[in-house]
Write a protein that binds this ligand. Sequence first.
Ligand code: FES
Length: 76
Amino acid sequence: MSTPKRTQPYRLDVKKEETVQICICGQTDSPPLCDCSHPDHTDPFEFTPEKDETLTICGCGRSDALPWCDGSHTEC
Ligand code: FES
């Protein structure tokens, strides 16, 4: 069972040089982060910020810049 799609992005506060694993398979129970529910052939997207920041991660699955939100969720 996959995680239901949202109509808004996730906002995730991250710390400088703290690597996060972002789910790209849709199987996680703790979106937007990976909980290792993915199939063997689908690794999470790893990101290590260069500074403390808030990430904007796609929750709708329609972004052309996955895993980041590109504003596509606002299109009808
Ligand atoms: S939430 Fe998917 S493009 Fe913004």
